[in-house]
Design a protein around this ligand. Structure first.
Ligand SMILES: Cc1cc2nc3c(=O)[nH]c(=O)nc-3n(C[C@H](O)[C@H](O)[C@H](O)COP(=O)(O)OP(=O)(O)OC[C@H]3O[C@@H](n4cnc5c(N)ncnc54)[C@H](O)[C@@H]3O)c2cc1C
Length: 197
């Protein structure tokens, strides 16, 4: 089984993970630096027929009609005098299953996220470096997340540093002077991402 690492749980990363998840030859993991994916209503997104064609590969055509809108025409207006300049008939690019679509961005992200297993997205993993060592690709993370809602340090095995036992791998939330101490520690160690380089 091939391991696939995707950096960033944006629309691109989530979509790519959905594609890989369809094939049991791949084990996919998304590393996202933030501690969660924002699913507030936010602004909308317009999707061309090309992107709908791609999204239909992972079941976008099953999305409820109430969650999307298929505009047929775009009108362009002059900002100064509000007079209509021209119109663009976008329905002529549509086919039966691929229609120019507008929807809430949060709805699209939710759709992409909900189709993935919970353990596929690893939050709080800020990738610092990608290297090729022999025949392996090695990802280096910023182990310390001191800016999030719950600052933490992650204890993890590295190629050059083993753990006492496998149970030693864990996330340790920091409280009190913990975040400050950790910031000073990384500063004196000369490495922004590791307490113990
Ligand atoms: C105001 C606005 C309106 C738009 N409207 C439309 C539209 O109507 N239609 C359209 O098709 N497109 C639109 N776009 C463009 C579209 O939003 C982007 O193309 C799309 O969101 C890009 O997705 P992405 O996954 O590539 O990147 P992003 O959404 O930027 O996601 C990148 C992810 O990677 C994470 N990340 C970054 N660095 C690291 C790291 N070192 N380690 C781990 N994780 C990391 C970030 O936290 C983030 O979650 C709009 C963009 C803007 C700003």
């Amino acid at each position: 089984m091939k391991k696939i690492a995707i950096i960033g749980a944006g629309i691109s990363g989530l979509f790519a993970a959905n594609l890989f998840s369809k094939n049991s030859d791949y084990q996919v993991m998304i590393y996202e630096k933030n501690n969660s994916i924002e699913l507030d209503e936010g602004y909308g997104i317009q999707l061309s027929t090309n992107s709908i064609k791609l999204l239909n590969n992972i079941g976008f055509n099953n999305l409820e009609d109430i969650d999307q809108f298929n505009p047929e025409q775009i009108d362009f207006y002059d900002l100064k005098n509000q007079k209509k300049i021209c119109e663009l008939n976008i329905s002529k690019f549509n086919t039966e299953n691929c229609k120019y679509t507008a929807l809430k961005r949060s709805k699209l992200v939710e759709f992409l996220k909900d189709r993935l297993d919970n353990q596929v997205i690893k939050y709080g993993h800020n990738i610092q470096k990608i290297e090729k060592k022999d025949d392996q690709i090695v990802l280096s993370f910023n182990e310390n997340n001191l800016q999030g809602d719950i600052p933490f340090v992650e204890v993890r095995k590295h190629p050059w540093r083993s753990l006492k036992t496998s149970a030693s791998a864990r996330v340790i939330p920091l409280s009190g002077n913990g975040p400050l101490g950790c910031t000073e520690n990384t500063a004196t160690s000369g490495c922004i991402s590791l307490c113990l380089p």
